[in-house]
Design a protein around this ligand. Structure first.
Ligand SMILES: NC(=O)c1ccc[n+]([C@@H]2O[C@H](COP(=O)([O-])OP(=O)(O)OC[C@H]3O[C@@H](n4cnc5c(N)ncnc54)[C@H](OP(=O)(O)O)[C@@H]3O)[C@@H](O)[C@H]2O)c1
Length: 336
């Protein structure tokens, strides 16, 4: 598979999100299956793997997903880029030294889980109003100079935060929600990242499965660890109302002998050269299907057709860009 750059990190142009092997999408597979699925992705050319310390077998138990990934890539560890993330949960320390100590504790825990002494890409999972982003950036700079991490990133942030952080220690990547139904990042985040040599890593690139066309309004999200019951676009009403976007995707898919998920990912790849999507699936065949989107190239005409159609179709249900740990959901998006 072709490579793209996230800052100075070279990765396959499509990565995989590993969250579903541990959390978020209902019943998880057994560990052997998950490990084999990750190895299958590597055999198919994927060199970029996304996880997080909090992706646990039960909500907010930590380390489960990192441990699976660490086992899966052990034989080819030096040929892949691992991205993981940490949170400031609860009440973070109020001194810079306390923040640094806490960040070192999280990084050490992730490294232990991943069986590694270096994390190529280390993200702050969500910003926290009580922790200055400049302090986080300074500590990340130390980690880079000490060889503990290859680069760093932020998740669900706006340009003001990105610019403040980047001025202290240049960012490798920003990981925000982005797909055909959630295009806020096009306004300023993606252009800012492109202009500043920062990679953009869209999470939920197939809109939590909606753009694959395989999830219908009759889908059951009642499993206690199924986040889809909280995704605004996946209410029965919004799924029905957003069908014109699905129809657009499926028409293109039929024309190009591709799948809906592949069209959704090919459109993202075509958007900007600094973008590397990380579709998530706990199913081996779907992982291969998603990686196969690297072969589903859109012509200029096809891309423009999608662009003009999307600009004319209203989107129902929206999540917004900036999220803060420790804030109420109502306050998300109010970036200082
Ligand atoms: N930074 C953050 O805060 C954040 C938040 C959420 C996620 N993430 C990361 O981003 C990754 C991807 O995001 P996501 O998992 O939320 O959303 P996604 O990739 O848009 O969608 C995942 C869902 O879509 C289904 N799916 C994926 N490919 C499919 C296909 N080809 N056909 C049919 N169904 C398909 C999956 O089902 P199956 O598993 O059954 O195939 C799963 O239910 C995660 O794994 C995680 O690493 C980061």
């Amino acid at each position: 598979m072709k490579k793209r750059e996230l800052g100075r990190l070279a990765v396959s142009e499509i990565g995989i999100g590993c969250m579903g092997f541990s959390h978020g999408y209902g019943q998880i597979p057994n560990e052997e299956y998950s490990i084999e699925a990750i190895r299958t992705a590597f055999d198919a050319g994927c060199t970029f793997y996304d996880t997080a310390e909090v992706y646990g077998a039960q909500l907010y138990s930590s380390g489960h997903n990192e441990r699976i990934l660490g086992k899966a890539v052990r034989e080819f560890r030096d040929r892949v880029v691992i991205a993981t993330k940490f949170h400031f949960l609860g009440n973070p320390p109020d001194s810079a030294a306390g923040i640094e100590t806490l960040m070192r504790t999280h990084l050490a825990e992730s490294m232990k889980n991943l069986q590694t002494d270096r994390v190529e890409l280390y993200y702050l999972h969500r910003i926290h109003r009580a922790v200055p982003i400049e302090t986080v950036a300074e500590v990340m700079g130390k980690f880079i100079r000490e060889g503990l991490i290859g680069g760093w990133g932020l998740s669900q942030v706006g340009v003001k935060t990105i610019a403040k952080a980047h001025a202290v220690t240049p960012l490798s990547a920003v990981q925000n929600l982005y797909n055909m139904l959630e295009r806020d990042a096009e306004k300023d985040v993606i252009p800012f990242c492109l202009a500043n040599r920062i990679g953009f890593v869209p999470f939920s690139p197939v809109a939590s499965g909606f753009l694959s066309g395989k999830i219908t309004p009759a889908a059951d999200f009642s499993h206690p660890d199924d986040v889809r019951k909280f995704v605004p676009q996946l209410t029965k009403e919004n799924m029905a109302a957003n069908k014109p976007i699905l129809d657009l995707v499926q028409t293109l898919a039929e024309e190009k002998d591709a799948t809906g998920a592949q069209i959704a990912l090919a459109w993202i790849l075509r958007k900007s050269p600094n973008i590397v999507p990380i579709p998530g699936s706990k199913n081996r065949e779907r992982i291969l299907e998603n990686l196969g989107a690297a072969e589903t190239r859109l012509s200029d005409v096809e891309f423009e057709r999608i662009e003009s159609a999307l600009s004319a179709i209203p989107v129902h249900g929206h999540r917004g860009q900036v999220e803060f740990d420790g804030d109420k959901i109502e306050d998300w998006g109010k970036e200082e």
